[in-house]
Design a protein around this ligand. Structure first.
Ligand code: 6PG
Length: 631
């Protein structure tokens, strides 16, 4: 909250202002201290200031107020004699005015009693003559006792609650963490969580109670009151599950919102649903930002990577706030950018997650192979990963995998007690169906989705392992000789995962005319998000729209040198009983894409043989279609 206590000199603005600031836990500023030296000299010489003298002073005060609002508020004591001056200081809807009005003789006596002040008592008449009756705010009669003035001011301020800058709907892990992140960065936030008797009661209030260090949080269970608590145009961030819940929440919100209000969907919604919702809010004159947020609970609380798309005007309304709460890249720039129109923000988050699935699966495959093929202990695998993480292979997922391999519970490795059935919420599978729709080869990342599917069939796997006598075979020979190959294979598998994901993004961007900036997308993925890594740094500086990522410098060499290692590792794993779906799909994908003479001639011949589907000929560059009577 911003409070300005006004009045002519001697009315007690500084005394009241300081008391209010103390009570409200806000900084106090004395407007007199913002006068430039020339003004002070003029006043000390007994000359009143004119309007021109006051321009730089009012500007300095307005700047201070704006800066203070971003930090949570302030109390300012300032004469603000004319309505035009007050207008200049009206920097926010959250500004409250208290005007100290008093009898001239009372003020005169007080002024005579004052010492060490550059204002001469004789200037009072000039100030009183300049004073204009305020158009807004509370007029306080200064004849009361200091206690009475203080009480009356506080009551007035309580009757004029400030409007909050942002509203967050949904106090699940991500909603709560983002709300606290905003509050910590000086953004006053209204929190809303629905009321479900016996299940969800007082959830938002609990968040406020558990975080007493933040005085800029307000809790609501009533949607209308929540909306009313927000500054206009309103900014509302929904952090609720993707799907029908989003449409239901929009159904409830749209009738009580107004033109130019902004709604953000910060969940993992399907991008085509988001396209539709952008259009829906646009029809109502409102802005909608489908926004990917990555980084999990810790990221959301301390600095996520943020991927807003949709309405650019809406983005401008929250650009500053998002920049404040996001992670920062190596140059200190916020890991947030306006991605593009429609559902593009959710689209790139979907592909981010698909790459995330692939990266996780490759690590899972390596952990398994190293532990049960190469007979490494969990600690050894952790050590190998930590070592790799010190160099260019560094990544968040490698780091947490090294870490979880050391986690013990009652002396046992927790990992070995976790049921081997991987869950999924949709983004990986949606990426795969999108790739199929756009005809983009996607096998390595598709296999990460399929692997989760196969893992879910636990009972069948257990039964089949007996039926088909499956066992992991131990690898003969020293791990040391294999380690450099495993490292090269891992590095190449990661390159392939990223190439696959970025190629899908590029194709969809081109087809939909989104014109996405992939250097910038990779940049905002260099920190805060789950797939942050050294490789992402490389992509952010090397990505080119015209050249495949495989061909970029530093990557090309690995594609050439690492593919025998990846093939060898996959061969070794498969012959020793290890399913390595992403790594083997990766090497197949790569070989497929670098093979000049492929086996597709056979397919074309077969198609023409049984169905007269025709084929084109290598010896006829015209592209003409031929049919042969094969029988
Ligand atoms: C992130 C994560 C996050 C979440 C995904 C994964 O970037 O912070 O990707 O969005 O963990 O939804 O979900 P599933 O693995 O359950 O599909």
């Amino acid at each position: 909250m911003l409070v300005i206590v006004t009045g002519v000199s001697g009315t007690g603005k500084t005394t009241l202002g300081s008391l209010l600031a103390e009570k409200l836990r806000l900084p106090f500023y004395d407007g007199d201290h913002f006068h430039p030296a020339e003004n002070i000299a003029k006043m000390s010489a007994g000359h009143p200031l004119d309007d021109v003298d006051r321009i730089p002073w009012l500007q300095a005060l307005a700047d201070k107020l704006e800066e203070s609002e971003l930090k949570g508020g302030a109390v300012l004591a300032c004469s603000a004699l004319k309505n035009a001056y007050r207008e200049k200081l009206s920097v926010s809807e959250n500004l409250r005015w208290i005007h100290m009005i008093g009898d001239r003789d009372l003020i005169w006596d007080r002024m005579l009693a004052r010492q060490n002040h550059y204002m001469k008592a004789g200037m009072l008449d000039s100030q009183i003559a300049t004073w204009e009756k305020p158009l807004t705010g509370h007029e306080l009669d200064i004849s009361g006792t200091p206690e009475e003035l203080f009480e009356e001011s506080l009551n007035y301020l309580k009757s004029q609650p400030m409007k909050m800058k942002m509203g967050v709907i949904g106090m699940g892990v991500m909603g709560k963490s983002l709300a606290l992140n905003l509050a910590e960065k000086g953004v006053p936030v209204s929190l809303y969580n629905r009321f479900v008797a016996g299940k969800e009661e007082g959830i938002a209030l609990k968040v406020v109670d558990e975080n007493p260090e933040f005085s800029n949080l307000l809790a609501f269970e009533d949607l209308q009151k929540f909306v009313d608590s927000l500054e206009k145009p309103r900014r509302i961030l929904m952090m609720i599950p993707a799907g029908a819940a989003i449409d239901a929440q929009l159904d409830a919100l749209i009738p009580i919102l107004e033109k130019d209000d902004l709604v953000i969907d910060g969940g993992n919604s399907f991008y085509l649903d988001s396209d539709r919702r952008v259009a829906r809010l646009h029809e109502s004159g409102m802005h909608f930002l489908p926004m990917g947020v990555s980084g999990g609970e810790e990221g959301a609380r301390k600095g996520p990577s943020i991927m807003p798309g949709g309405n650019a005007e809406g983005y401008a309304m929250v650009e500053d706030f998002l920049g404040r709460i996001s992670a920062k890249d190596k140059n200190g720039k916020p890991c947030v950018t306006y991605v593009g129109p429609g559902g593009s923000g959710h689209f790139i988050k979907m592909v981010h997650n698909s790459i995330e699935y692939g990266e996780m699966q490759v690590l899972a495959e390596l952990v398994h192979l190293l532990r049960f093929g190469f007979d490494c202990s969990a600690e050894q695998v952790s050590e190998i990963f930590s070592e790799w993480g010190k160099g260019e292979l560094k990544s968040f997922l490698l780091e947490i995998t090294a870490d979880l391999l050391l986690f013990k519970e009652n002396g046992d490795l927790l990992l070995d007690n976790i049921l081997d059935q991987a869950g999924q919420k949709g983004t990986g599978a949606w990426s795969l169906t999108t790739a199929l729709e756009y005809g983009i080869p996607y096998s390595p990342l598709a296999e990460s989705v399929n692997a989760r599917g196969v893992s879910g069939e636990k009972a069948m796997r257990v039964a089949f392992s007996q039926t088909f006598k499956h066992e992991f075979a131990k690898v003969e020979g020293a791990l040391e000789s294999w380690l450099p190959k495993i490292k090269a294979a891992y590095s190449l598998a990661r390159i392939i995962n990223h190439e696959v994901g970025f190629r899908l993004m590029k194709t969809v961007s081109d087809t939909k005319g989104w014109n996405l900036n992939f250097n910038e997308i990779a940049r905002i993925w260099t920190n805060g998000c789950i797939i942050r890594s050294g490789l992402m740094e490389t992509i952010s500086s090397n990505y080119s729209d015209s050249v495949s990522f495989f061909e970029t410098s530093g990557v090309k060499e690995q594609v050439i040198s690492g593919r025998k290692d990846l093939a060898a590792l996959v061969g070794l794993g498969l012959t020793h009983g290890f399913a390595l779906p992403v790594m083997s799909a990766g090497i197949n994908y790569l070989l497929g894409r670098i093979t000049a003479e492929s086996s597709a001639s056979v397919i074309q011949a077969q198609r023409d043989y049984f169905g007269a589907h025709t084929y084109q000929r290598k010896d006829d560059p015209s592209g003409k279609f031929y049919h042969t009577n094969w029988i």
